[in-house]
Design a protein around this ligand. Sequence first.
Ligand code: NDP
Ligand code: ZN
Length: 178
Amino acid sequence: MNPEFIKVVAFAAEKHKTQRRKDADSSPYINHPIALANVLANEGGIIDHNVLCAAVLHDTIEDTQTTAEELRGLFGDKITSIVLEVTDDKSIKDKAVRKQLQVEHAPHASHEAKLVKLADKICNLRDILASPPANWDSERKLEYFKWAERVVAGVRGTNAYLEKIFDALLVEGNKSFS
Ligand code: NDP
Ligand code: ZN
């Protein structure tokens, strides 16, 4: 067991402690970053410590008060740079523009960031299938699946296991929401 990984989990849990997911049960937000690390390690076969730590931290800068300097001081440059690569620029107020930028930036991301992106999309598609945001209709769910497909098109060739899992979810989403 790696002590730094436990430190990362404790840090992310503290940062996300007041947040909830958008599902009907308002699940604790931290379930999501932990799910990413679980998918990477136990479905993607990823053992890269920096990738697993970045997965747990992936929404801290975007969705909490955490700064890059804070992450750098605690966890170093490499983990921080992966987190920054998967962090949307919230100074761009138009969400549609931010979503389009994810599509455009994905092919240029590092291998490590592509893995985190793949796991993030897998986890969000699973959530939309099993515990979706409370007020989303089928059209909105399908729209999200189509956007995720466009982001993941830019990271293909990164991990065959994860891409296969993602593709199976796309089929399921198309069946359920079309
Ligand atoms: P949001 O970005 O508001 O919600 C999706 C994000 O919420 C996910 O990427 C995930 O992000 C997080 N999340 C939290 N809980 C869940 C959950 N249970 N299941 C899945 N994801 C969850 O929505 P959109 O991605 O749809 O972005 C808005 C866009 O949607 C606009 O650009 C617009 O085009 C479109 N839109 C469509 C509408 C419609 O009715 N068709 C209405 C309004 C907007 P994370 O991994 O970061 O936690
Ligand atoms: Zn996420």
